[in-house]
Design a binder for this molecule. Sequence first.
Ligand SMILES: [Zn+2]
Length: 211
Amino acid sequence: MAAGECRKKLSTTYIMVAVIAQIVLGILASSLSLVADGTRAFSDHLELFRYDRSAVPSKRFIEIITVAVSSIIIFVISIIFLLTASSRASSLDFDINLLFLSIGTAISLATNTVQMIGHFHAWRSDPVYSLSIYVKTHRSRVLHGVLYHILAYSILVSSILIIISKNFLIADCVTTYLISSLIITNVAATSIKCYQEYFSLEIARDEYESL
Ligand SMILES: [Zn+2]
């Protein structure tokens, strides 16, 4: 197996385990931001889904439908996060377990770092496109890789605030808002890609653009 492929598999396995751990710890800690961040890590991973354009149309259709349904579910969940964060912010009637919050935050920071490093590796190994496309995608990729993932580190700030004093419980709601917005950017990008793949289904297989 090529080194790049092996690394990709390892990071996929790590991200899946980390997503489950983060969601479980988030529920145990009663931290909505932690649960939201686990979902964010998954939606960011889903955005990188590579469609197999050489597969037969029926298999490609299943791939597209699976990604589309997952995106819809993630979108609905992000709306639930926003509504729940609002109701929790208005009452502040919840408590957060600091031990589970600390462990979950540590996993979140590690996952976010793995994803960021993964993006930079993928960019370097990408084929050179025509200049206009390259510049265009390169810019949006830098925006995602730097801005998105720096914003995702905000969970560290909110967790530290909550650990310092329970008076900062509101930070959990604010971070949930921010993370839900990041999830929506992932869902938007995944949906656009999914839509494009769906319409390329109608093109005969030998006319697919080469990857
Ligand atoms: Zn990312």
